[in-house]
Design a protein around this ligand. Structure first.
Ligand code: ITT
Length: 202
């Protein structure tokens, strides 16, 4: 089974990746399996730049293929904040949710989307970056206990439950992370079949 490093210390993300990639003949390691690793500073100005630098640093340090995501919530009426600063918007999940709700108080437009960009790094370079998005609205009060981060206030379009009220398997069918993972799998399958065809010509 091939090994790949999921370059994250976020155990909720890791859990989602292990489920989303369950059928893939992959042993998914995390940064907890890379003793001594020091995370690079997330100083990119886009989800793509941050995902690239996280994936590359982990692949180089662990000498294995690695992928990383940079993800977050973009709220239309807040000029797309918190965006790439989603993890740093306040000191913990409840405080981050509280800040969003306060900033949205009195505003009619509560449209938002989650974004996830996954970059895959191999042999010292980024081989691809893949984006998934899901649109929805921010509700007035947190609901539900599943998931993590902003899930209790995000209600995806077409549902009357928040991400935190959906079962994990339901979130994993529609989420920004699931959509980005689908693109990664498609890319890897295409690359493998190109490789197979090339090897077949010898
Ligand atoms: P790593 O960098 O170690 O992967 P992190 O939590 O710092 O972990 P990010 O910099 O990508 O990750 O920040 C993503 C933040 O966006 C995350 O901490 C949540 O606050 C929010 N977020 C991302 N995906 C989410 C999801 O599926 N549900 C709820 N909140 C999410």
């Amino acid at each position: 089974m091939s090994k790949i490093v999921a370059a994250t210390y976020n155990l909720h993300k890791l859990e989602e990746y292990r489920k989303l990639l369950a059928g893939q003949e992959l042993e998914i390691l995390s940064l907890n399996d890379c003793p001594g690793y020091e995370e690079p500073e997330e100083n990119g100005s886009s989800f793509e730049e941050n995902a690239n630098l996280k994936a590359l640093a982990a692949a180089n340090y662990c000498d294995l293929p690695a992928f990383a995501d940079d993800s977050g919530l973009e709220v239309e009426a807040l000029n797309n904040a918190p965006g790439i600063y989603s993890a740093r918007y306040a000191e913990n999940d409840p405080a981050r949710i509280d800040r969003i709700l306060k900033e949205l108080a009195g505003k009619e437009n509560r449209r938002a989307r989650f974004v996830c960009v996954i970059s895959v790094a191999f042999n010292g370079e980024i081989v691809g970056s893949f984006r998934g998005e899901i649109y929805g609205t921010i509700i007035e009060k947190p609901r539900g206990i599943n998931g993590f981060g902003y899930d209790p206030v995000f209600m995806p379009d077409g549902f009357d439950k928040t991400f935190a009220e959906l079962a994990p398997a339901e979130k994993n069918k529609i989420s920004h992370r699931a959509k980005a993972v689908e693109k990664v799998i498609e890319f890897v399958e295409d690359e493998m079949s190109i490789l197979d065809n090339e090897l077949g010509t010898f």
